[in-house]
Structure formats: structure tokens, C-alpha cells
Design a binder for this molecule. Sequence first.
Ligand SMILES: *Cc1c(COP(=O)(O)O)cnc(C)c1O
Length: 355
Amino acid sequence: MLNIRIEKTTMPKRIPAKGEPLGFGHIFTDHMFIMNYDEGQGWHDARVVPYQNLSLDPSAMVFHYGQTMFEGLKAYKGADGEVYLFRPDMNAKRANTSNDRLCIPEIPEEDFVQAIKAVVDVDRAWIPEDEGTSLYIRPFVISTEPHLGVAPAKSYLFMVILSPSGAYYESGLAPVGIWIEDEYVRAVRGGIGFAKTGGNYAASLAAQVKAHDDGFAQVLWLDGVERKYIEEVGSMNIFFKISGKVVTPMLNGSILPGITRNSVLTLCKDWGYEVEERKVSVDELIEAAHTGALEEVFGTGTAAVISPVGKLRYMEEVFEIGGGKIGELTQRLYDEITGIQSGKLEDPRGWRQKV
Ligand SMILES: *Cc1c(COP(=O)(O)O)cnc(C)c1O
């Protein structure tokens, strides 16, 4: 149990009104959680304080060697007025998987969840209530030791910031175009692909710019060795419905183990679908697109929840999927997961946690 000091702001900001467009990741609430780590002392001084700038030494190691971890989850205001988190224990576990890989000290799982609940509770008035909106939660760690020299740092900050966010798709679920990247790679086995850390995103930018310039929303990565097998999308895992079966690339060390991915696998099994976690080659995918066996494609991630894919581009070819319409399973998964998250539907698996 953390002993969390709470210091409330004396200058509260204006909370966006009902119906006001929020976008994603632009607006931040009045408070943040912060706690320090120092070698010899461990994690200490847990506190919720007014949202404010940080002051760091220019030699702080994070600026030079990128030793960071981040997480992403959401809080929802239920129709019953309660505030819910979706599977925060999974984020706490994954945070430590990332921490271990990056030589960042572990954060006890219960402290991680307690920190989130503490700051969400203080800023609960900021949780938007319009359909599809939520409070995006960004926990993260940075190394702060002022020192040039490659080694694990001796001091860190763990913080949690909050951002009221609009529906990812302002006019409802809409299919996006995906660019299958055949030049750049994101991660290789043995690297940091399975960790949620800034470096993976820095490595992804060049391909993302290329795809955006060509009118595609996101990049679909192939494996870093043969460039033959499907890995995942920019910030989402990827699923295919091929001849009635639900297929997704297996976790192989270079793919981020998404919590939405895990929830989708559970739901599909419970609903009686045949589910396969395995290697999926780009050749198999193109073949399935040609024969019509490729029925649905969707991405899964906290931000968009379920993101229908309507178009795939590989080399010089573009494939339409589902005739521009949203697949039946895609829509059903979106409705089920967002229904559970917002408290509208039953939660038989205990995925929701009250704040
Ligand atoms: C966060 C993330 C995902 C999705 O994970 P969720 O837990 O479902 O939000 C997928 N891929 C990458 C690279 C990510 O960073």
C-alpha cells in the first residue's frame, strides 16, 4: 500500500462541456500522480499534485538513452454514475514486463493500480460522459539520473497523467487503410518489441510518415528477419477472419501483448469461434484476399478498441476488404467490449474495476 499525499490545485482549469469535441491526447486534467525512485531508497514520496511541468537536468539519462516505459488504459463513467477501469491489473503486469526488459525497477502491481485510482478519483469530474468518450490514462516511467554514460540509471520518476478523450472515430466506427511495410522493420526477436517503450515508436515514425503521405492510416509491420510474417499495426494488434476462423499472429517476442488482443481472443473462444494464434505470412493473407476467404480484418488496442480495416496495400497492390463495410464480428466485438467497459453490459469475467 502506498501512502499517497494529495495536494489539490488552487487554480482549477475549465472542464470541457458536454458535447465539446475532445480529440485524443490534447487536453490534460488538473492533477497528476508522481513518485520518485532512488537507488538505496526504492520508490518513495507518492503524491497527487497539480498538473505541472517537470524540471530535469539536461543530462538526465532519459534524454540520451531512452530508458522509458509507458502504459495506456481508460476510465469510463458508467450509466450508473460509477467510474470504471478495464483490466488495470493487466497493465500493471505488463508495465513490469517492460520495466524488467529496460532495467527499470519494478513497481508493485497493487501500487501501480492504487496510483491510477488515486489520481482518477481526484479528477473524476473530468471523465467525459458522451457516447464513446473516456478518460485516457497514461502511466509512465522515465530515468532521471544526471549522467552521461550508458548504464541503468540510479533514479526514476513514475507518473500518471490523464486526458479526457473523444470517441476515436468521431462519426462512428469507420474502416481504415493499412500499409504493409516492406522496407523498414519495427522490432526483432531478442529486442524490445514486446515492451511498451518509447524507442519502439521512435523506430516506427519513418514508415508512418511514408504511409500517411500515401493516404494510409497506419503501418502493418512484417517480421524483422524475413519480412514475410505479419506482426502488428502501429499501436494495435491485428486480427483476420479467414474462412470463418479468427486468426492472429502468435506472441513471439517482437509483438506487443495487447490487453484488447487478449480480451478479443477470450470473447471469440467463448462465442464458439475457432481461434488460431500462429504465424501468418503476408503471402497467405494476399492469397486469402484474392480468393475472397479473407472476410474481416481489424486492429485491437486501448485507444480505438476495435478498428475495422477496409483496405490493405502491399508492394504496389491495394486490396479492398469487406466492400468498405464493417464486418459482423468486428462490430460485435466493438459493441461487447465498449459495453462492458462503460458498464452497460454484464461483466461475467470480472474485467471491470470500480474506482
Ligand atoms: C499498446 C500497444 C498495443 C495495444 O495494446 P492494448 O493493451 O490492447 O492497448 C499494440 N501494439 C503496440 C505496439 C502497442 O504499443
